[in-house]
Design a protein around this ligand. Sequence first.
Ligand code: 5GP
Length: 206
Amino acid sequence: MQTNKKGNIFIISAASGTGKTTLVSRLLKNNGDIRVSISHTTRQPREGERHGVHYHFVPKEEFESLIRQNAFLEHADVFGNYYGTSIAGVNELRGQGYDVILEIDVQGAEQVRRLLPEACSIFILPPSFAILASRLTNRGTDSEEVIRTRLDKARHEIGQAPLFDYIVVNRDLAEAEAQLGAIIRAHRQTLARQQNFIEHLLSENF
Ligand code: 5GP
């Protein structure tokens, strides 16, 4: 998709267990003009995760060297591992005219908002803490202690939700996906994104 217009940036954050990854993958499947930025991380791949598809899995030394080279738009320590968004990766997608989703945590969201105030930020909430706790428990991947830590972190992250432009409650996957799509389409029509077209129209000789 080659256009003259640079794609928009959408920051999507949520506490772990909210269903953000599922939501984003549905959104990507149904919208060919949106891409997700593939982050770098120092965490180990989970079963089924592939290098260059889900993440760029890199050793800590390489990640730290990339930090020194200013290769990241933002980076953060999440649950003891580094995660970061590559500037080159994002620019490449935007240059091709794609809208780019940054699926990042609240620390990264804060950094991007500061650097790119025009980015649109969306926070996904669970319908309740009880549902979040049961989703984390049902994953069956974590001990009770890890779940407790994740819930404490969730409370902190949800406390940051008022800093975001939009809030979506993930009660029902299809409804939340529709709301996300509506936010993205509305953001594309804001004055800031359409100013050039107005000027172009007014410059027509008629
Ligand atoms: P997971 O290890 O479960 O894939 O991700 C853990 C957390 O790290 C999630 O909240 C996810 O959104 C966040 N994350 C993933 N990539 C990035 C990134 O590039 N930067 C930041 N700041 N957070 C990220």
